[in-house]
Design a protein around this ligand. Structure first.
Ligand code: 26Q
Length: 795
């Protein structure tokens, strides 16, 4: 690896005819991307031979989303090359950070679920586990968000122009995918043979993104499929005179991998989404089976050597696809194929809300995937018969896979997987006690929990090097390899010097963020103010509105009631799904509150609101280390886990949260005195919903609520008013913001009081960092490995 810097120079000379001192920044960027990829490819080659020789079991992680984040810094960090490259570049007056900034953020995901998949790829690789990720090479990732006059606008994210240098095209592993057409049955000497005729053929091209492990020989791959028309197929049709059909393949192919759906809830009923799902699951399964058969010359041992993990229901078509391959291409009996299939798949659920579970209408589904549909129907028929046999037929109303002409994908996954897990203790509890309780009765032991975790090497090591280096020197333990060791920090909880040092580091990160805020919004914020942060997708259930209500409450108190609070900066980052009108209105409200404050010479000295546009991994890496308060204020029982809460805790922010998702476990880890918990609990929410939530009564009887809401009616949004939001809060807010409002402002007051006691606050912050070890993705991956995947490290 010593000649890495030599390699960079040689690349610049041969590719561009430039010596390094003549090269442009863009050329240096390209050289670093390509040469880093080459090192990884080389390492991959060795790793892969070891893997092949060992014949060991492997995991395939299927996800429609991988929110990868920038790769160059991550790879140099993991390869231990950062320092050397930085020194080389600075000799020639290049700044490595400027080069990093040229890389587009590969935004192949919406939010938590996609980022989780990427954190797990990093952790599994760093711990030498054999894992391959599968997804789609979206030409356009999550949209670029621009805020104009307070409104969100979406622009295409053409990340491949500068982002494709990290990809390796594997032209030897293309796969054909079939859509539409009809199936025919024919009796042969081998029994009933199903064939698929008159289909439209699409080609899936594989592109590999190398995933490096931290100080490890392992290099795993994230395989991304790109769609293209099947030219051979088109020419055949053309010769037969079927011109229209020959164009069809072109049209379908060009749309499938074009863009990531920018919704993180169930934007149901889109034919293109079905095609995307089948496209990448079929391509992946065909490749996995082909490779297995080449190695073992049989599929009888498939489930012993392969575990396929389904990240939410989006890749659920893997299941009927494996059945199809076993039945139609390898002539297995149904019974044998089903045995293999049900021992192969494990499914993670990420949503509690029953209404948000993925469903497809049979009318839409069947014509696109006729064979897959007949297989799902057969799985369901057999499942229903079995339920009859065991006396569970009265529960088929909720458990049947096909119901009222809808295919319920979660039910398909539960019936066909050997394991189903939720993503936090509370969430997994709700799954077995409520959402899937009938299934839990008939499949005792199938459900379990793996609380989410985060890649601390990215979310501390890389995004907050100041803190990471400090802790490294202070603790003298290798917490970057093993985050549980960070617990040693607790020994310093009463050490004044350490507490002050931590405060200083926080101030450095706040100052860096303040510069960015000034550049991007024009708003000057004070690094000595409290940085109160809510960053996540915009959703009613996450209740950014509740945060906004508190700010308006403070505004009124300062303006009319003489309140002079400790200065605070409220920081928001959030993308709204493009069709989500309420979410967009909430962004507009927050931006209008920000403007109203900036226009008020009295109030603006105390509070500031900044909405940072285009929240994404790269921006998160800047905001999270600078936070004092981590807002995790979803209605109890609605956030499956949350992972931003863990990243913020790791960076010393203190959680202000409801007893929801992983907040419950954060509360448990740090103790009641190191977190601010407020609001109704899940059972209280449920019983209030049952007995009738009456927000109008709250509005009429509680002056703080009435004054705040009445005031929102007169906020000026440059020609927009917010009556619709006020009416929603008073009449039909399913997430009951008003029920938690008083409890929330009480906690906010408590926070202010605590913050002014700097020693106390710093100690709380220290405890949060020290107790964050259990939220490492390494721990989560280890649980998947031991309890579900049962795989070994590659040695
Ligand atoms: C489905 C059908 C059609 C279009 C879009 C979708 C879709 C896409 C993305 C549905 C859901 C998602 C993403 C969900 C998600 O991010 N869930 C989050 O997962 C995190 C990781 O487990 C949890 O921490 C969060 O609590 C959960 O909200």
């Amino acid at each position: 690896m010593n000649n890495f810097t030599e390699d960079i120079k040689t690349y610049l000379e041969t590719k561009f005819g430039n010596s390094i001192d003549e090269a442009s920044e863009r050329q240096v960027y390209q050289a670093l991307m390509v040469k880093t990829r080459d090192i990884l490819s080389q390492k991959r080659y060795k790793y892969n031979s070891k893997l092949k020789n060992s014949c060991q079991k492997q995991v395939y992680y299927m996800s429609m989303e991988f929110l990868v984040g920038r790769t160059l810094r991550n790879n140099l960090f993991n390869l231990g090359l950062e320092k050397e490259v930085r020194e080389l570049l600075s000799e020639y007056y290049f700044d490595l950070d400027d080069i990093y900034a040229m890389e587009p953020d590969p935004g192949l995901g919406n939010g938590g679920l996609g980022r989780l998949a990427s954190c797990y790829m990093d952790a599994a690789t760093s711990n030498d586990y054999p894992i391959t990720g599968f997804s789609i090479l979206y030409e356009f990732g999550i949209f670029k968000q621009i805020i104009k006059n307070g409104w969100q606008h979406e622009y295409p994210d053409n990340w491949l122009d500068m982002g494709s240098y990290g990809l390796v095209y594997r032209n030897d592993e293309e796969v054909e995918i079939k859509f539409y057409g009809k199936t025919t049955e024919e009796w042969t000497e081998k029994g009933l043979k199903i064939s698929h005729k008159d289909y439209t053929s699409i080609i899936a091209e594989p592109y590999d993104l190398m995933i490096s492990g931290y100080k490890s020989d392992s290099v795993n791959v994230l395989r991304l499929w790109k769609s293209k028309a099947n030219e051979r197929f088109d020419i055949k049709l053309f010769e037969k005179g079927e011109y229209a059909k020959s164009v069809e393949s072109e049209v379908i192919a060009s749309s499938i991998s074009r863009l990531l759906y920018p919704a993180d809830d169930n934007d149901n009923g889109k034919a293109l989404r079905i095609k995307q799902q089948y496209f990448f699951t079929s391509a992946s399964l065909q490749q996995i089976v082909r490779k297995h058969f080449m190695n073992y010359n049989t599929l009888d041992n498939f489930a012993e050597k392969v575990v396929i993990h389904i990240n939410d229901t989006h890749p659920a078509m893997c299941i009927p696809e494996l059945m199809r391959i076993l039945l139609d291409e390898y002539d297995y009996s149904w019974e044998k194929a089903w045995e293999i299939t049900t021992n192969t798949f494990a499914y993670t659920n990420h949503t509690i809300m029953a209404e948000a579970l993925e469903k497809w209408s049979v009318h839409l589904f069947e014509p696109i995937l006729p064979r897959i549909y007949t297989i799902i129907k057969e799985i369901n028929n057999r499942f229903c018969s079995w339920c009859n046999e065991i006396g569970a037929s009265h529960e088929l109303e909720t458990m049947s896979i096909i119901h009222n002409n809808m295919i319920r994908m979660a039910n398909l996954c539960i019936v066909s997987s050997f394991n189903v897990n939720g993503v936090s203790k509370l969430h997994s509890d709700i799954l077995v006690k409520d959402t899937f309780k009938s299934f839990n009765r008939i499949y005792p032991g199938k459900f379990d929990n793996v609380t989410n975790g985060i890649a601390h090497r990215r979310w501390l090591g890389q995004s907050n090097p100041e803190l990471a280096n400090y802790l490294n020197n202070l603790l003298g333990v290798d917490f970057i390899n093993d985050l549980s060791k960070i617990n040693k920090l607790i020994e310093y909880k009463d050490n004044e010097k350490v507490l002050r040092d931590l405060e200083d580091i926080k101030r450095i990160k706040k100052t860096q963020l303040a510069i960015y805020i000034k550049e991007s919004t024009g708003i000057k914020v004070d690094p000595n103010s409290i940085f109160d942060v809510q960053v996540k997708r915009l959703h009613e259930y996450k209740r950014q509105l509740l945060n906004a209500l508190h700010i308006v409450y403070l505004y009124r108190e300062i303006k009319f009631n003489g309140l002079r609070p400790f200065p605070r900066t409220f920081i928001f980052g959030a993308k709204a799904s493009s069709g989500y009108v309420m979410a967009k209105n909430i962004i507009k409200l927050i931006c209008s509150i920000s403007e109203m404050i900036e226009a008020d010479p009295l109030v603006r000295d105390y509070i500031k609101v900044v909405f940072l546009e285009d929240y994404r991994v790269t921006l998160a890496e800047m905001i999270i280390p600078a936070a004092n308060i981590s807002e995790q204020i979803s209605q109890a029982g609605k956030e499956a886990s949350g992972t931003g809460n863990m990243k913020l805790m790791l960076n010393g922010a203190i959680t202000l949260g409801t007893m929801d998702g992983a907040n419950v476990e954060i509360h448990n880890a740090v103790g009641d005195e190191n977190i601010f918990i407020f609001g109704l609990t899940t059972p209280e929410v449920n019983s209030l919903a049952l007995n009738g939530y009456n927000p109008r009564e709250l509005y009429l009887n509680i002056p703080e609520i009435k004054d705040t809401l009445d005031f929102i009616r007169i906020i000026d949004g440059n020609g927009t008013n917010f009556n619709n939001i006020v009416d929603y809060l008073i009449n039909n807010d399913p997430y009951m913001c008003l029920a938690d409002f008083i409890s929330y402002i009480e906690s906010q007051k408590n926070i202010e009081k605590t913050y002014t006691n700097r020693a106390k606050w710093n100690k709380m912050s220290l405890v949060n960092i020290a107790k964050s070890g259990i939220f490492s993705a390494d721990r989560a991956v280890e649980e998947y490995v031991n309890n579900i995947w049962k795989i070994n490290k590659v040695r």
